[in-house]
Design a protein around this ligand. Structure first.
Ligand SMILES: C[S@@+](CC[C@H](N)C(=O)[O-])C[C@H]1O[C@@H](n2cnc3c(N)ncnc32)[C@H](O)[C@@H]1O
Length: 254
């Protein structure tokens, strides 16, 4: 379901139980663990003023709360923010709003995280500018990007199952997954955009490398998690996984 805000279509998670439907009722323990591993590796150990942007119901809050002096969960969906409040109470501030106009002052945040959200944004360049604006000089942004150049997509392309080339740098909109838009990015495209926005790329991880129902059946979640541990660093240079994680720095003195 989408909602129009200032002429923009927003993927509206209000009234949708994302936590139960997407994570708890589905077999996604491997994907959740892979995200947590990456977040643990990339977030700084001590964070002054942190925000989880488009953070949903605070799925990853257990990972960042112990490291943050102040933590804010920001999302468009009040349904999800309420779920987070119920679980974390005063430990986690919640703010509702639209990512295209973040309710933070220039340079207010020392660290931010954004996971599994880039696919929702038609104007990713504007989103990145907003994230850059609210980050303090010397601050860190950990951003997960939905990759268009994955191995299954390359296979589908070469076997003629899709005409969408995973190799071109243009943004692909997989509207058959979500009619409001489901945007995937070529690593080169997004990395150029990060640099154009002003970010310095500090570290890259290849994440959810074995995201496949078939592999889960054959190897089981436990073994895939074991393999994922080594693969996140090892496979980062080739960037073929569905999720690519970036640790970005806003240049400047802290
Ligand atoms: C797939 S969920 C990911 C949630 C969380 N980051 C996680 O990994 O569990 C995408 C989130 O983006 C939020 N979202 C989508 N469009 C948004 C917008 N324009 N402004 C703020 N949040 C938005 C949704 O409400 C949803 O919670």
């Amino acid at each position: 379901m989408s909602k129009k805000v200032k002429g923009k279509s927003i993927s509206d998670y209000n009234g949708y139980d994302y936590k139960k439907i997407f994570w708890e009722d589905a077999d996604r323990k491997y994907e959740d663990t892979a995200d947590r591993m990456a977040v643990r590796k990339l977030l700084p150990r001590h964070m002054e003023n942190f925000a989880d942007i488009a953070g949903g119901y605070g799925r990853l809050a257990d990972e960042y709360l112990p490291r943050a002096k102040k933590a804010t969960l920001f999302d468009f969906s009040q349904t999800e923010l309420d779920q987070a409040k119920e679980k974390y109470g005063k430990k986690l501030n919640t703010i509702q709003g639209d990512i295209y106009s973040l309710p933070f002052k220039d340079g207010e945040l020392t660290t931010l995280l954004m996971v599994r959200a880039t696919h929702h944004f038609k104007d990713i360049d504007k989103v990145l500018k907003e994230l850059y604006r609210v980050l303090a000089p010397g601050g860190i942004a950990v951003i997960e990007v939905a990759n268009k150049r994955t191995l299954p997509r390359i296979a589908r392309y070469f076997t003629g199952k899709t005409k969408v080339s995973p190799f071109t740098h243009s943004v692909v909109n997989l509207s058959e997954i979500d009619k409001d838009g489901f945007f995937n990015y070529h690593p080169k495209y997004i990395e150029n955009l990060f640099k154009k926005t002003g970010f310095k790329i500090d570290k890259v991880l290849s994440v959810s490398n074995f995201r496949s129902a078939g592999l889960k059946k054959v190897f089981g979640t436990k073994n895939l998690v074991r393999m994922e541990k080594g693969a996140q660093n090892l496979l980062a240079p080739i960037r073929f996984a569905p999720s690519i994680y970036y640790r970005l720095e806003k240049p400047g003195d802290k």
